[in-house]
Design a protein around this ligand. Structure first.
Ligand code: C2O
Ligand code: CU
Length: 485
């Protein structure tokens, strides 16, 4: 999305003014890409039912519906509004979002707004922030979306099963003064799905607790619910990809046949400064904001491939490189105009002075019956004690992963910054809500709780691991709520 350059020109340096003028021109000309360049992946958008420009009001219905993930390959999936992924919800930072949610699934569910700084009663955690929405029931989610960025929504009841069956969607919160002057933008929801080859799903408990300990992956890779879709591109023309990993367990390690691209943003909006990459690793739950200008002869293809990523025992052995998506270079003269300049963002490093130190360990144990169970400091979720905090408090967390699998740590409700071994900020600075804690390693982060008291969950975003005990609570300024399941 591009906004009129005039809004920005008063406050930004000359080079950006120049780009602003170019961007305005590009905007006037519209897209630099071939017609319908992203039609094969374009997400259905939830219509905004509210005429107020600062209120986005949508309907979201969870129901079983037939979906076609590739020509002829159908399954009765669990969907939001009938599709995988659910509809793209689009709002602007500061807008109020009202979601009329109804549940027509055979099980209770909730909707969690991953990464959004919601009030606790909108957080979608069953029995903690709201009662589960039973079959035939409904719930209205109503909150302000304070921060620009790509977020996503998914259930928080039997998450591994429900997300695995298809329940996830993207929530794009746009910056009304977005400094990224690229007109061609597409949202890519990466996921996978486990099909049994007979028109049904692989059972979500396959392999018992050993399957849980690994984290079950689906056997079909999907981009916006499709297998191996195709984007059309004009060689050299900039495009922007907003990417979320919505898979229940799979890490995506992506390459574009060695072509470089630029990461400009992450979970909570833009980075302090852009970084050039040739490969991108996204753990489940993480997002990336990318700029690229694919090169190639007219008519040639660039295949976006997913490389096996070592997330622990069993994750790379005998695993093949898989094709995820194709970018086809259109039969048009290459674009030779300007590329967008580097966009910077001022992010203050969160001070660790006077911070409370919290140390937790991710652990796994095998009971006498041979069953695996994950835990925090050796204690599974059902029995562990919450971390306590006050609004305004800063905490430095040291998270040690003693297990043989990597665990993407996700904190509800608050952004954090990742710290290096010495406790200093990692650059480029960025606001994160999900960070991978690699197997047998330690990650440090700093979080400052703003004034939203409540019982906030943290957990591994490999959803089998979360269901298998790798979850905990931070009680911010309130006594602990009983978190039964
Ligand atoms: Cu996407 Cu509790 O998380
Ligand atoms: Cu995990």
């Amino acid at each position: 999305m591009l906004y009129p350059a005039g809004i920005r020109t008063a406050v930004i340096p000359a080079v950006a003014v120049l780009w602003g003028a170019l961007a305005a021109q590009a905007h006037a000309q519209g897209s630099l890409q071939p017609r319908d360049w992203d039609r094969a992946v374009a997400l259905a958008q939830a219509p905004d039912l509210n005429p107020d420009p600062h209120v986005v009001e949508v309907n979201l219905d969870a129901r079983v519906a037939p979906v076609e993930i590739a020509p002829g390959e159908r399954v009765d999936a669990w969907t939001y509004n009938g599709g995988i992924p659910g509809p793209l919800i689009r709002a602007r930072a500061g807008d109020r979002l009202v979601v009329h949610f109804s549940n027509h699934l055979p099980e209770a569910t909730t909707v969690h707004w991953h990464g959004i700084r919601v009030p606790i009663h909108m957080d979608g955690v069953p029995d903690v922030s709201q009662p589960p929405v039973t079959t035939g029931g409904s719930f209205t989610y109503d909150f302000v979306v304070p921060d620009a960025g790509l977020y996503w929504y998914h259930p928080h009841v039997m998450s591994a099963a429900q997300v695995g069956f298809g329940l996830y969607g993207a929530l794009l919160v746009e910056d009304p003064d977005d400094p990224v002057a690229v007109a061609d933008e597409t949202v890519l929801v990466l996921s996978d799905i486990g099909l049994d080859g007979k028109g049904g799903f692989e059972p979500p408990d396959s392999g018992g607790t050993t399957g849980m300990a690994f984290g079950r992956e689906g056997n079909h890779l999907l981009v916006n619910g499709r297998e191996r879709p195709r984007l059309l591109a004009r060689a050299g023309a900039p495009q922007r990809w907003r990417v979320v990993n919505a898979a229940k367990s799979r890490f995506f390690q992506l390459e574009l046949e060695g072509q470089p691209f630029t990461r400009i943003g992450g979970d909570g909006g833009l980075l302090e400064y852009p970084v050039q990459l040739e490969a991108l690793v996204l753990a489940p739950g993480e997002r990336a904001d990318l700029l690229l200008a694919p090169k190639g002869a007219p008519g040639s293809d660039i295949v976006v491939r997913a490389y096996p990523f070592n997330r622990g025992f069993g994750s790379v052995e005998y695993r093949a490189v898989e094709d995820l998506m194709t970018v086809s270079i259109a039969d048009e003269a290459p674009y030779t105009g300007a590329q967008p300049p580097a966009v910077r963002r001022t992010i203050e490093p969160t001070s660790t002075d006077g911070a409370t130190k919290i140390a937790i360990e991710f652990t796994i144990a095998q009971g006498q019956n041979g069953a695996f169970e994950y835990g925090i400091n050796g204690v599974p979720f059902a029995k562990n004690h919450p971390v306590t905090a006050r609004p305004g408090e800063t905490q430095v967390w040291t998270i040690t992963n003693k297990t043989k699998w990597s665990h993407p740590f996700h904190l509800h409700g608050f952004f954090f910054q990742v710290l290096d071994e010495k406790g200093g900020p990692v650059h480029p600075l960025e606001w994160k809500d999900t960070v991978n804690v690699p197997l047998e390693q330690t990650v440090r982060l700093v979080v400052r709780y703003d004034d939203r008291p409540g019982n906030w969950m943290f957990h591994c975003h490999v959803l089998d691991h979360a269901d298998g005990g790798l979850m905990g609570m931070v009680d911010v300024g309130v006594p602990h709520a009983d978190h039964k399941h």
